[in-house]
Design a protein around this ligand. Structure first.
Ligand code: BDP
Length: 687
């Protein structure tokens, strides 16, 4: 149990349950003509063999016993009669149904296309892994979002930006010749969730990724992923026509530049006929872009979109931009630059917006661009890798964070216009590397899992997803699943409490973002410091984003703005995001803000202690190999939660000048001690 198998362990079920399932599933009837059909068939055989302890009998057309029948109306005469009903499910949908055919009880896994059958097989296996009943089974599924993508921030040298799970999974050196079986397992894992695209390289892109030898490597990966319904995309460096093409400009209105991108797109599609398209970070954090030539983001995006359009590709143009000159409030930047461009993009451009207006913090309000660009398809980008949430070692289940963002009500069309309803797609910055666990820790696998499940159905409760994951990853027994789910569901709020309670944000150490750094000040940009964001002084704390301050609230719909603007109505978890509040301000608990703040830090530590106790109680019920590692990581998290609490309390006390509330323990070291800590081992880069 080294974690490699992810949630696809297919460990033997309880004998009685296995015997019951065997009566339905003794035989598999499935076509085997296409690579996707074979992938579905092989996955089912693998799953049933493991779970039920016996390989099913295989058939391609006729039914001899109670069976699982796989297929599409084209591939299976047994499924063909359902054509009309099945086609209504859309290209990626599927149907699971208990039925009777030729006197046999059968379980149908039927879909309009092969890929839906594969998705249906994974759904069926999930039901078995979680011990669900198959009686009267009737499941109809279609994805709510068209684009469900992972974004890898992988560089060509094997280093993963903000990656905490080892080196890149892609071995660029040995590709395209060596097709590591691990690439197939990666594709299986994604297909099990319905993820249908992957951007292979970092948004801080090297132009080299578009050079012929790297396209050959990307094409090899695309060949491996294709049967699993996963399209390959690449991050494109805007200045590639200069670096690769020898042009003197990358100006989007220059005909030679336009020709270069058209030729490049043609070249890519000869190698990768189903290439998905480009992801672009432009004019952000020093990356080149159209503004270098006095052009707009729309000019830049349309340049690439025009080149891809004849082939059916898309451009995902990121809205994570911030100006060269430090703005009065960085939270307002993306909206300011993009909102006026609504309607100016070609139809195959999608603007990709981070979930919140700053940068993947433990908690942010939803990004104000959601709902503000009604004529532009939008994707939401979330981080799966935990850059600001304790890296791979802290147990923080992100399902509730994603759910909170997706369910935020923008109120742009009155009540009920949630962010999820406005999306065309979703992208998750992957936490996958070549670590044996894939994600750097056992519990970080749950974040990949939850991202994929929510991409398929953004309304799925993150608690139910956690329960499925725990059952599949450990064991379906409720005495194990329940405590694990409680731990997971508490974990994100715990991290918010010990890092950035009450709407505080961006207080992590400089550059690598590992550990507390509320004192960070100075350096190249004010908006890369902590003091810029918390604005604490002798009188109070928080960023005034009301009409009296930066007026970031004015970027939301009037109803949302009115709520955030009003100190009495602003949600407490976002209080210090929107308001500069006096230390004496009375909180909902009745305590003054200062006491509440210290109390939250302490509570965060207590929550981690609670997680430790829960996990200790599972000793003997979870395999020893994983139990030991999770326990070790939790004790590290506990120590670091305490460090966060002590360092933050020491710092904010130095600013507020207030005594600690009764019952609170003083930090064991003076502030200077925390400020002097160094972490040469923390992975990260310059910021
Ligand atoms: C920030 C990361 C940085 C990324 C940037 C981005 O610190 O490494 O390049 O976002 O999303 O969170 O472009």
């Amino acid at each position: 149990e080294d974690g490699y198998a992810l949630w696809m362990r297919y460990a033997p079920l309880q004998p009685a349950l296995a015997a019951d399932y065997r009566t339905h599933l003794g035989e598999v009837v499935s076509p085997d003509q296409t690579p996707t059909q074979r992938a579905a068939r092989e996955e089912l055989v693998r799953g049933l063999s493991g779970l039920l302890g016996r390989a099913p009998r295989m058939n391609t057309a006729a039914i001899a016993a109670p069976a699982v029948v796989l297929g599409t109306p084209q591939s299976s005469v047994l499924i063909a009669p359902l054509r009309k009903e099945i086609e209504a499910l859309g290209d990626e949908g599927y149907l699971l149904r208990h039925a009777h055919i030729d006197g046999h009880t059968v379980l149908l896994v039927a879909a309009p296309q092969d890929i839906g059958v594969l998705y249906g097989v994974f759904h069926l296996l999930r039901l078995l892994q979680t011990g669900a009943s198959l009686d009267a089974l009737e499941v109809r599924e279609s994805p709510r979002l068209r684009l469900r993508l992972l974004n890898h921030w992988d560089n060509l040298d094997g280093y993963v930006e903000r990656g905490y799970a080892g080196r890149s999974l892609w071995d660029w050196q040995t590709l395209p010749e060596w097709r590591d079986p691990r690439y197939t397992d990666y594709a299986r894992a994604n297909a099990s969730l319905g993820i249908n695209g992957t951007v292979l390289n970092n948004v801080n892109a090297s132009a080299q990724s578009l050079a012929p030898d790297y396209l050959a490597k990307a094409a090899a990966l695309a060949d491996i992923f294709r049967p699993y319904g996963i399209r390959v995309y690449l991050s494109a460096r805007f200045s590639a026509p200069i670096e690769l093409g020898g042009l003197t400009t990358a100006d989007p209105l220059d005909p030679a530049v336009q020709r270069w991108w058209r030729d490049k797109a043609d070249e890519i599609y000869t190698r990768i006929p189903d290439f998905g398209g480009f992801l672009v970070k432009a004019n952000s954090e020093g990356q080149p872009g159209p503004q270098d030539y006095g052009r707009s983001h729309a000019d830049g995006a349309n340049l690439l979109a025009a080149a891809l359009a004849p082939h059916g590709g898309v451009v995902m143009w990121r809205a994570f931009v911030y100006a060269h000159d430090v703005p009065a409030d960085r939270a307002t930047q993306a909206y300011t630059e993009f909102v006026g461009l609504d309607g100016a993009f070609l139809p195959n451009v999608i603007v990709q917006v981070k979930n919140g207006p700053i940068d993947f913090q433990p908690r942010e309000p939803f990004h104000p661009l959601f709902g503000a660009m009604p004529r532009t398809p939008l994707m939401m980008e979330v981080q799966i890798t935990k850059e600001y949430l304790g890296f791979a070692t802290h147990l923080v289940y992100l399902g509730p964070l994603y759910e909170e963002a997706l369910q935020s009500d923008t109120r742009v069309r009155g009540e009920g216009a949630t962010v999820a309803q406005l999306l065309t797609g979703i992208a998750g910055v992957a936490n996958i590397g070549n670590d044996r666990t894939w994600s750097g820790s056992h519990f970080d696998q749950a974040n990949w899992y939850a991202f994929g499940r929510l991409a398929w159905n953004p309304r799925h409760p993150s608690r139910d997803i956690a329960a499925d994951w725990a059952a599949m990853t450990f064991t379906p027994s409720p005495e194990v699943v329940q405590p694990i789910v409680e731990m997971m569901m508490d974990s994100r709020e715990a991290a918010v409490n010990y890092m950035t309670p009450l709407g505080l944000h961006h207080l992590m150490a400089r550059g690598h973002h590992y550990g507390p750094g509320p004192w960070v000040d100075g350096g190249p940009r004010a908006d890369w410091t902590s003091v810029y964001y918390h604005r604490a002084d002798r009188h109070g704390i928080g960023f005034d984003r009301t009409a009296h301050g930066s007026n970031a609230v004015g970027q939301y719909s009037p109803e949302v703005a009115a709520e955030y603007e009003d100190l009495a109505r602003a949600p407490e978890p976002l209080l210090l995001w929107f308001h500069h509040v006096p230390w004496d301000h009375r909180m909902a608990s009745g305590r003054p803000l200062w006491d509440e703040l210290v109390g939250r830090y302490t509570q965060g530590v207590r929550q981690v202690q609670g997680m430790q106790a829960t996990w200790a109680g599972l000793q003997g019920r979870v395999d020893a190999q994983r139990h030991v590692q999770v326990a070790a990581f939790l004790s590290l998290q506990r120590r670091e939660a305490q460090w966060w609490r002590d360092a933050s309390v020491a710092y904010f006390q130095s600013v507020s000048g207030r005594p600690l509330p009764a019952g609170e323990t003083a930090p064991p070291h003076p502030l200077a001690w925390y400020e002097a800590l160094q972490f040469p081992s923390a992975p990260g880069d310059g910021r």
